[in-house]
Design a binder for this molecule. Structure first.
Ligand SMILES: Cc1cc2nc3c(=O)[nH]c(=O)nc-3n(C[C@H](O)[C@H](O)[C@H](O)COP(=O)(O)OP(=O)(O)OC[C@H]3O[C@@H](n4cnc5c(N)ncnc54)[C@H](O)[C@@H]3O)c2cc1C
Length: 241
């Protein structure tokens, strides 16, 4: 199998490592501005990704990377034999809890509602795990630490204040699309993800979007790559109009 860079080389694709600061989306010509340059294109494929939603509580920024994490698969190994909390009630939170339960001593899942939104099969799996406790109707108020690392969190559980001793806090409450450059220019769904047609074209002809930034069911590397492949087909079709 050919490596990505070899593939790019073979097709003599010109890659520029620059930050895009502005997009001008005319009918026939689109302009892409960066800090140093301006490029013209007949079509644009926008794939700026999405970032994990922060919990927005005191202590989160202080202990980010020192107990506060947004990726169980990336950071789980640091918490082997420790106690952790996962905040969220969806599929990601449930999957993360099951994953962390393999290595951690105790896993708390902190769910705002009196039920989880995660798939029933995932919830069943969690209930079978002795070291997973689901705390419903619970909201994190503050992440506590000793100045270096997370030591616990304060929460309101069913209306009462509680303190939980944990070594790690994993936020799994969703992602925010990086749509800044297209804000107000293309149609988005109610959570701000970009709406596309089946060819990944946005509401502006010639402007395509793919990956985490679009409205879709599953945000993973494999689906982002697949979106990209579909979008390229869409761009070629757009050129042939
Ligand atoms: C913490 C975490 C863990 C994950 N773990 C997994 C996993 O184990 N398996 C899996 O399949 N998926 C995982 N995912 C999801 C996966 O990373 C994404 O679905 C995938 O990377 C989406 O690809 P993308 O190209 O849409 O966005 P990204 O990979 O986020 O790429 C977006 C790119 O756009 C660039 N960009 C943004 N704005 C600008 C700008 N103004 N100018 C220039 N460049 C810009 C960014 O720098 C970035 O390089 C994880 C996601 C997160 C957040």
């Amino acid at each position: 199998m050919m490596h990505f860079s070899e593939h790019v080389e073979q097709h003599q694709i010109d890659i520029r490592y620059e930050e895009v600061t502005d997009l001008e989306l005319g009918d026939t010509i689109k302009r892409v501005r960066t800090y140093n340059a301006e490029y013209e294109a007949r079509a644009i494929l926008y794939c700026a990704g999405a970032s994990p939603k922060p919990l927005g509580v005191p202590g989160e920024d202080t202990y980010r990377g020192r107990g506060v994490s947004y990726c169980a698969t990336c950071d789980g190994a640091f918490f082997r034999g420790r106690t952790v909390a996962i905040v969220g009630g969806g599929d990601t939170a449930a999957e993360d809890a099951a994953y962390l339960a393999r290595a951690c001593k105790q896993v708390y899942v902190i769910v705002r509602k009196p039920f989880m939104r995660a798939a029933a099969s995932l919830q069943r799996k969690l209930k079978e795990l002795d070291n997973v406790s689901i705390l419903y109707e619970s909201v994190v108020r503050e992440i506590k630490g000793d100045g270096m690392f997370v030591t616990g969190l304060d929460l309101i559980r069913a209306g009462k204040e509680e303190t939980l001793a944990v070594d790690g806090v994993f936020a799994a409450i969703g992602v925010v699309p990086k749509t800044g450059l297209l804000k107000g220019k293309v149609d988005t769904c109610n959570q701000g993800f970009i709406s596309t047609d089946e060819y990944m074209m946005t509401s502006i002809p010639g402007v395509f979007a793919a990956g985490d930034v679009i409205q879709k069911v599953l945000r993973q590397i494999i689906t982002a790559a697949a979106d990209g492949a579909v979008a390229v087909t869409g761009v070629l079709r757009y050129f042939d109009r």
